[in-house]
Ligand binder design. Sequence first.
Ligand code: RIB
Ligand code: CA
Length: 307
Amino acid sequence: MVQKIVIDTDPGIDDAMAILFACLHPELELVGLTTVFGNVTGDVAARNALVLVDIADQDIDVARGSDVPLVQDAKPYAWEFHGREGFGDLPPREPQGTISNLTAAEFLCETVNRNPGEVVFCAVGPLTNLADALALDPSIAEAVKSVVVMGGSLDAGGNVTPAAEANIWQDPHAANRVFSAPWDVTLVGLDVTHQVICSPADFAGLARAAPTIGGFLDGAAQYYFEAERNRNGMDGCYLHDPTAVIAVIRPSWFRHRRAAVAVVETGKRVGATVWADSAVRHPVSVCVGVEADNVRRCFLETIRSGF
Ligand code: RIB
Ligand code: CA
């Protein structure tokens, strides 16, 4: 069965990996991209999403979303890991296509209302657009098939602060609205994405097998490898966003714990995701285990199948 998916994204190097994976995998129909600030500015996120559609040589709608968080002042962009232009040292490219006339929130609502029960939202950036969509049309919580979020960390510590993971830290108020809404949320956080790692040799192999798509990802990933080497002393990179997309099509590769999750909105631990009381908040499915080798292999084999 082919699964319809909208990816909400702040592209971003691992976002590019996730989006090109979704373009290539036969069990996914990428209905659209909605863009959000986070790794980069809102302008760069929107441009980069259009560029990825060009690289994939597919006709995919791109709708632009928020440039700023719902409530808090904007946090610094993740330029250390993605570069100011979003794809590391690769020079910025002008896209061929144009942004949709719909906002991201309008696109998300219209897409699920045209295909009730069929569309999965996969959010791999800050959750501002999903919160805006819920405010625009609360009934999407029933119309969407499910929501898969790359974000948070229940027991694995943070990656932008000791307590917070980047996507949630960028907009904690939006995350609280998404995690408390009455829809089916799966949380793919650092608890599992820190187990899914690819090496520079893996990406060099992608470039040989698929010179256009693999070559682009290998070129962008060099900056990511350098940042991980400097920050974490590792020789490789985490597949944060591709792991969330793979959770859409291979949920059995993940072990889940059903519980409510809350987000700290202020203070030193702002952006931290914490276990909450399911008696007073809608529970989510938190990924607490993963068959990491299967996820890594699925990503590499799918990109190698490209061009
Ligand atoms: O913490 C990792 C997440 O933050 C990924 O989505 C990455 O692209 C950044 O957005
Ligand atoms: Ca991202």
